[in-house]
Design a protein around this ligand. Structure first.
Ligand code: NAD
Length: 368
């Protein structure tokens, strides 16, 4: 099989700083675990605008379409605030998502024991939590027509339309079932089939896909409002949750915050399978470019490192290496090492961005 290819787009602000730590891990894995990647690096966001006058050059877009996975740092910053909307850094990221047709957004909520005190929930509710929310990203009420604000009689009416086709539901359900096969084999689908026709169709199609092609997966259905309650009551009952764009927007933020800091949260967006069977994929931390701390060695690289772990698991079929990397992160946190965003406990050892990366590589080396 050909060497797996990875396009790295560090972007702006803390993006290049956190990505430098991922590069250390990639280099270590290449030298010590026989895991070779064909890595290329390019510009996105403000950095691309500075070089080319556009937040994503056509050549970079073409490269993104060819590789097995794209890993992005973050884009944006005050320097670019006054730019025309069409060339703002965020447009580069939106173009990537749109042209790669990334319809399944994966947001894990994973709580490392050492950080359980950062959650607003009780420690035993979140310690060891590891769930995945799959949100449909390209359809639903944010895109449905008709939409707009118009006048009826003597008042204004605001309209948005929740609309899902069978094929849109089918493909995101498949993404969730494929993921579940690489995890604990359980999927819970959430909608509001009690009050919405689109919810009834959603439930039917997800069930049909499961019965036809994924009989090994344990599927349950839940109304999204009850799901929100269950997520805060006992989140560990879930493995993979699949839901639409609107409910997924809310539920993934809720689930993410069960686990604490923004500097810890990875994500992935997946599209249709390519010829080699791998899905089109973009991995990125949830956080932005954090201009307030950029260039100071304060950024937490773990969200970006865990995004790479997701790439290992979901794009490169290296689940064991992904687990090894997550365990290295867990071990470093258990030792009390903390970047500035995680400080607060007594006895913690403050470390810089690059010291955190070095410590994770050292743990990987110790576990080899
Ligand atoms: P942000 O996520 O960049 O920062 C919010 C707060 O969290 C800041 O105080 C920041 O210092 C802190 N923070 C974020 N990531 C951290 C990390 N890894 N380690 C430690 N602390 C961290 O959000 P913002 O301030 O609203 O936006 C800043 C810029 O980023 C804007 O230009 C915005 O448009 C852009 N943005 C980009 C993305 C993306 O690239 N996906 C996402 C959100 C915001």
């Amino acid at each position: 099989m050909s060497t797996p290819s990875l396009l790295i787009l560090p972007g702006d602000g803390i993006g290049p700083e956190v990505m430098a730590e991922v590069r250390k891990i990639i280099d270590w894995m290449g030298a010590n675990r026989g895991l070779a990647f064909e890595v290329s690096e390019d510009l996105v966001g403000g950095a691309a605008y500075d070089a080319h006058g556009t937040p994503l050059h056509d050549d970079t877009m073409a490269k993104a379409q060819e590789v097995d996975a794209v890993l992005l740092g973050a884009v944006g910053g005050p320097k670019y605030d006054a730019l025309d909307f069409s060339v703002k850094p965020e447009r580069g990221l939106l173009r990537l998502r749109k042209e790669m047709d990334l319809y399944a957004n994966l947001r894990p909520a994973q709580c490392f024991d050492a950080l359980a005190d950062f959650s607003s929930l009780k420690k035993d509710v979140v310690a060891g939590l590891d769930i995945m929310i799959v949100r449909e990203l390209t359809s639903g009420v944010y895109f449905g027509e008709p939409r707009g604000i118009h006048t009826e009689g003597n008042e204004r009416v605001g309209i948005n339309t929740q609309r899902y086709t069978e094929s849109e539901i089918d493909r995101v359900a498949r993404s969730a079932f494929e993921l579940a096969r690489k995890r604990d084999g359980k999927v819970c689908s959430m909608e509001k089939a009690n009050v919405m026709e689109s919810g009834i169709l959603w439930r039917e199609v997800v069930q049909e896909v499961r019965d036809k092609d994924y009989p090994d997966i344990e599927l349950s259905h839940m109304y999204a409002d009850a799901g929100a309650m269950q997520l805060t009551r006992w989140p560990k009952q879930f493995d993979v949750i699949v839901t639409d764009n609107l409910f997924g927007d809310l539920l993934s933020d809720l689930a993410a915050m069960l686990t604490g800091s923004l500097g810890m949260l990875p994500s992935a967006s997946l599209g249709a399978p390519m010829e080699n069977g791998r899905p089109k994929a973009l991995y990125e931390p949830v956080h932005g470019s954090a201009p307030d701390i950029a260039g100071q060695g304060k950024a937490n690289p773990i969200a970006c490192i865990l995004s790479f772990a997701m790439a290992l698991r979901y794009s490169f079929d290296q689940g064991e290496e992904a687990t090894r990397l997550e365990q290295a992160v867990e071990a470093v946190l258990a030792d009390g090492l903390r970047t500035a965003d995680l400080l607060g406990e007594e006895g913690a050892t403050p470390v810089s961005t690059s010291e955190m990366g070095d410590a994770i590589v050292a743990k990987l080396a110790a576990s080899a």
